[in-house]
Design a protein around this ligand. Structure first.
Ligand code: FVH
Length: 308
């Protein structure tokens, strides 16, 4: 189901602490499988119990109810579809959870993570939030990364278990930080994916196979990520007037891409959204600033509207 475990650390002691896993979708199953492979006694629960079959073959214990899974171990790992499904399943067992630790690996917003952390604190439940930066296949390899936020003590206590799954990173006591980094990086990823697909649609309209476009675009886009560091220096210094590609210089390029989209019969929505953010900064008097000025337009949208 997932990557081999050879790359993960071996520990010499033979007693592994038990873990309960709620949610056996693609990711929950991969997490449970990695725990079992590492020798951790694992109790599993899933709404659709049949999904537990392969894990039971590996030695997992099937819990018939969420309460049974909670009772089985002090550490309860939750990997459900979304925040609502987490609340729906944890609320009824809140008293059973008292004194236990919930490690929530379900993708949520930072606000939802903080809400759950507050709920847990109110009821005497330990809470650590996690954000998985990996596919199920990658779980159990060093290439997988999982971010954690919440009490440092909980992170440290369970570190051996966390390191079974991935390279673990602690992002601080604020429970929302792991989700924030997760969603911020996903934003970068999806906007980049959309840009790639827009480019593929432009060339595709001229009969170019997407594979050919990918072959050409991949090294170019990879090289362009070098700009992140330069943007970071400009943005962190809040000094946007630097030699380089100014907004006024770049804005016509956005127009050219929009016009090319029209010529090719391709949707231009993505590039016009970007052009509009740039235009608002130009209208607010920042046209000579570096392209990195877009950060201010995104960070303070109301201010940009007012100034324009
Ligand atoms: N799969 C991935 O690549 C990504 C990587 C990054 C992190 N995500 C997040 O992990 C959470 C679980 O994702 P998943 O891939 O395991 O998702 P599914 O395979 O669709 O399984 C969903 C599980 O949630 C259960 N479930 C849904 N609604 C409810 C509910 N109301 N009550 C109880 N359980 C519920 C579902 O149960 P069932 O349909 O099998 O009965 C699955 O166990 C997710 O937050 C990703 O964003 C994965």
């Amino acid at each position: 189901m997932h990557a081999d475990h050879e790359h993960m650390p071996e520990t010499s002691d033979t007693t592994r602490s038990g873990v309960s896993v709620l949610g056996l979708g693609k990711m929950g199953s991969a997490l449970a499988e990695a725990l079992l492979s590492a020798g951790h006694p694992t109790a599993v629960w899933n709404r659709t119990a049949t999904k537990a079959g392969p894990l039971m073959d590996m030695g997992a214990t099937l819990a018939a109810t969420v309460a049974e899974a909670v009772a089985a171990n002090p550490l309860v790992v939750v990997c459900l579809y979304d925040h609502a499904s987490v609340r729906r399943n944890l609320d009824p067992v809140v008293e059973d959870l008292r004194g236990h630790t919930v490690l929530n690996l379900t993708t949520t917003t930072p606000g939802q993570a903080r809400e759950l952390a507050g709920w847990a604190a109110e009821h005497g439940i330990g809470y650590l939030d996690g954000a998985i930066m990996a596919t199920p296949m990658m779980i159990g390899s060093r290439e997988a990364s999982i971010l954690y936020s919440g009490p440092r003590e909980i992170f440290d206590t369970h570190r051996e278990i966390l390191d079974v799954w991935a390279t673990s990173t602690y992002d601080g006591a604020d429970a929302g930080m792991a989700s924030l980094f997760d969603l911020a990086m996903l934003s970068g990823m999806y906007v980049m994916f959309a840009g790639f697909l827009h480019g593929a649609a432009l060339t595709g309209a001229a009969g170019v196979p997407t594979g050919e476009f990918a072959r050409r675009a991949t090294p170019f886009l990879a090289a362009m990520t070098e700009a992140f560091r330069e943007f970071a220096t400009v943005v962190d210094g809040r000094h946007y007037r630097v030699p380089g590609q100014s907004l006024e210089w770049t804005r016509p390029v956005f127009d050219l891409i929009a016009r090319t989209s029209e010529e090719q019969g391709v949707d231009k929505t993505l590039i016009t959204v970007l052009r509009d953010v740039a235009q608002r900064q130009i209208d607010a008097g920042h046209g000579a600033d570096d392209l990195a000025r877009l950060y201010e337009g995104l960070r303070h949208p109301a201010a940009a509207e007012e100034a324009a």
